[in-house]
Design a protein around this ligand. Sequence first.
Ligand code: AMP
Length: 216
Amino acid sequence: MRLALFGPPGAGKGTQAKRLARDHDLTHLSTGDLFRAAIRERTPLGLKVASLLEAGELVPDDVTNGIVADRLAQIDYGSFVLDGFPRTVPQAEWLLDHLAANDAPLDAVVSLVVPDEDVVGRLSRRRTDPETGAIYHLDFNPPPADVDPETLVHRPDDQPEAIRHRLEVYHEETAPVEAYLREHVRYHEIDGTGSLAEVQARVTDVLVEDRGLAGI
Ligand code: AMP
């Protein structure tokens, strides 16, 4: 299955994508994770994008499409769940063309709908484990006892100023992608509020109901 999760920052795309990948044997392809890995490893790409990520700005389309193209080729256009991509209309156009050209059309997009107020609450309490990539929320999904809270990271772009800016960017540049996707692929909108398990059940239900995806 080839799938993309869509929605604002903090909608839970990363968490749900990890669960889908684990349960249904999909490759989790997160552009944000790829950029953060490049920054950690101080690659030329990482040096180029570090200040953009810190400020909550989007990385240029050609750079972002390039890393997605590389990863898709590595997995031979097999089964994947995209998380955080596409985020602009040109990225969406490029993705659908690129997948079609490789005989690997996108099966569906699932959009997680979460109000801005919830996003701010979620991101300001989000912590990530740089070793495992695990994502926690200090109140609603706290780290297990064997994880030392000192090792967890509060992403620089999860600070209040950057969160506000990322939401602005989302409304200006990413939200218009919805209209494009609705027109060109099977697009399912679900309520992204509630517990992780509730949202996961909604995602799975919608994919099972979509007859083309029976047996997920
Ligand atoms: P995320 O982890 O998905 O919230 O992404 C973190 C940051 O990585 C974003 O704020 C952007 O700076 C960059 N980024 C991730 N995905 C994209 C994308 N599809 N297009 C442009 N920039 C992106």
